[in-house]
Design a protein around this ligand. Structure first.
Ligand code: MG
Length: 383
């Protein structure tokens, strides 16, 4: 979206652009900052948007064909920021809980969208929980302020877009024939794919890996989704996986087996990454540090970008590994979290490729890498 001249003049408090006595082409390059005088009011709107899955999605705990989702918008002085709440059932949110939460959010009391700290602390204080619903406001607000200054968020944060990691494509659990077919498809269709993620934890783990390995030598990320209950067997399996070219193991054991998990991490030859075991910033110190090697940050757990960015800082100070992930999401959520990609070790951002009804275009995977664009805010356009 280009800067709207009428609004630019309005925010500077002048009647017309000619009063500025500036050459026209000043608008060809983005101004560094536009100071809002706070005359506008932010208006939050939202609508349910069920995500239809391309294939049945199977992990250790469940299978599903669709994901509940709510799309949000924040309008302000002619600009629109987009957000999203994706709510896979295991997190306990739903369209009903998100609706109830978002109906209580009154952004009209704020006249300056750049007061992100005030606004998001207010949103967080409305009710406990509701991380995805909170994220949908956070994402739309970040998109809005990026659009107001006509810059992508990664630029506003001073990040180098060339430092993004590769991202993976996920192979779900299935029969060997289906797994082989899906792996062949993934490797063929995505010719520059650099890494695959394999879901394990339902008892056919070696068969899953051997089947994938019969097709490709690509490095593998493994996500067990809490599927291993015995720490000794888990350790044996991780040694075996290391021989098979696995890079890290995500959420190997149930989140409440904390002592077992700390033991496993101490002896594991591969990094262990926490996913289901944490949600918010304090959890990193309270639950994760000393128990896992690193964290998988997802906006739908962290309440959005504002807290996710703080999480990266804390995790790095604790010398932990960091990856970013997503739920099944549209390109809105995936592009938003991608703005943080230059700060992380690994990315697992294929949520938008798993759905049939993506209403946005945004971050693209080019040569296997998370590739950020120059669009302002979270870097998306509506299709
Ligand atoms: Mg996971």
């Amino acid at each position: 979206m280009q800067i709207n001249r009428r609004n630019f003049a309005k925010t500077l408090g002048v009647a017309s652009l000619s009063a500025l006595m500036l050459p026209k082409d000043i608008f060809a390059s983005a101004p560094p900052f536009i100071k809002s005088k706070g005359h506008g009011k932010m208006k939050l709107t939202f609508k349910p948007y069920p995500l239809q899955m391309q294939h049945t999605f199977t992990v250790a705990e469940y299978s599903r064909n669709s994901t509940p989702d709510v799309l949000t918008q924040i309008e302000y002085e002619g600009f629109v920021g987009y957000g999203e709440a994706s709510m896979p059932p295991y997190l306990g949110e739903s369209v009903a809980t998100a609706t109830k939460f978002l109906q209580q959010v009154n952004l009209e009391q704020f006249s300056d969208p750049f007061r992100v700290d005030d606004i998001l602390n207010y949103v967080d204080s409305i009710a406990l929980g509701n991380p995805a619903a909170k994220a949908s406001v956070d994402i739309a607000l970040h998109d809005l302020i990026g659009k107001l200054v006509n810059q992508p968020l990664y630029k506003l944060w001073g990040l180098n877009p060339e430092k993004t990691p590769y991202t993976d494509f996920t192979i779900g659990m299935d029969t060997p024939d289906v797994v082989r077919k899906k792996t062949i498809e993934a490797v063929k269709m995505k010719e520059n794919l650099k890494v695959l993620k394999v879901k394990l934890g339902r008892g056919h783990d070696q068969q899953m890996i051997d089947t994938v390995r019969s097709v490709t030598d690509l490095p593998l990320y493994v996500d067990v989704n809490q599927g291993w209950k015995d720490r000794n067997k888990a350790l044996d399996m991780i040694y075996w996986l290391k021989e098979k070219g696995v890079v890290f193991v995500e959420q190997p054991m149930p989140k409440n087996q904390i002592d077992d998990m700390a033991w496993l991490t101490e002896y594991s030859p591969l990094p262990t990454m926490a996913d289901e075991a944490f949600q918010r910033l304090p959890d990193i110190v309270d639950k994760i540090h000393g128990v896992y090697s690193g964290i998988n940050i997802k906006l739908m757990k962290s309440t959005g970008l504002y807290e996710a960015k703080k999480m990266i800082t804390v995790a790095r100070a604790l010398k932990m590994k960091v990856m970013i992930g997503c739920m099944t999401e549209t390109s809105c959520g995936v592009s938003a979290v991608s703005q943080l990609a230059p700060l992380v070790d690994w990315a697992d951002l294929d949520g938008n490729l798993l759905i049939k009804n993506n209403p946005f275009v945004g971050m693209k995977v080019i040569d296997g890498k998370v590739t950020l664009n120059d669009l302002p805010g979270i870097g998306v356009k509506k299709i």
